[in-house]
Write a protein that binds this ligand. Structure first.
Ligand SMILES: *Cc1c(COP(=O)(O)O)cnc(C)c1O
Length: 229
């Protein structure tokens, strides 16, 4: 089932890329395995999917040691600074940095671990009071502070748009995030990356996100099915 779903999603990614005249190779699929056991990750790896998204630190701690060695984990949930050590150690990217305090905590542990960590800045693009993320007006200031941290590499932006009933409703938010990325790139804030990343789009709206420039999409339900909790 997972293999079939992955195949289906990959076909849809290719179609959305083609529709918008983009190169399929510049779009990464993060398979969101939160609330599913490590066996799910193992099965997805057998089907050729090696990049996963997790929201909860305790699940990262449980699954990472049991997962195939070449499985990469992006942390995509709210991260408390006191859990930064585990994320720094076990994750290949933290997509949800939205405050300097968290950046500093991650950086401190990366120094100890002698590693560089890729991070994205989470932006609350819809000014949704229920969502985390830095305000779009404050993103530049935060990125400047994060760029000063020796062992973090700020690679781009991530967002979760306000809940919508149709994928088209998300389009304006995806477009806003892309325009923000372009603006910040022009300001030289992503000078350490060759091409800054835009992480946006989930099961219901990833095709729209790709049309608006997503380079990372995060898809859970459409690959693994409904989560039980
Ligand atoms: C759960 C989650 C996803 C995946 O959502 P689906 O609708 O299941 O595809 C993507 N991004 C984040 C930040 C999530 O928490």
């Amino acid at each position: 089932m997972i293999a079939k779903n992955l195949n289906n999603i990959n076909t849809q990614i290719a179609a959305a890329a083609q529709k918008s005249g983009r190169d399929r190779a510049e779009i990464k699929l993060v398979a969101v395995s939160k609330r599913f056991p490590v066996e799910t990750i193992i099965e997805a790896c057998k089907a050729g999917q090696f990049l996963f998204g997790e929201n909860y630190i305790q699940e990262v701690t449980q699954k990472k040691p049991e997962a195939p060695e070449n499985a990469c984990i992006h942390f995509i949930g709210n991260l408390q600074s006191n859990k930064a050590k585990i994320a720094a150690e076990l994750c290949d990217m933290v997509q949800t940095v939205d405050r300097e305090k968290l950046g500093k905590a991650l950086n401190k542990h990366c120094i100890t671990l002698n590693k560089t960590l890729d991070v994205l800045v989470q932006v609350n693009i819809g000014n949704d009071p229920n969502k985390s993320g830095v305000d779009k007006e404050k993103a530049a200031e935060l990125i400047r502070k994060l760029n000063a941290l020796s062992n973090l590499k700020v690679c781009g932006l991530m967002t979760i748009p306000p809940l919508s009933n149709t994928p088209e409703e998300s389009r304006v938010y995806f477009r806003d995030l892309r325009l923000l990325l372009e603006d910040l790139t022009e300001q030289g804030l992503f000078s350490s990356c060759i091409k800054p990343e835009l992480s946006m789009g989930m099961s219901g709206d990833f095709h729209v996100a790709i049309e608006e420039g997503a380079t990372i999409i995060r898809v859970g339900t459409a690959i693994f099915g409904q989560r039980l909790t």
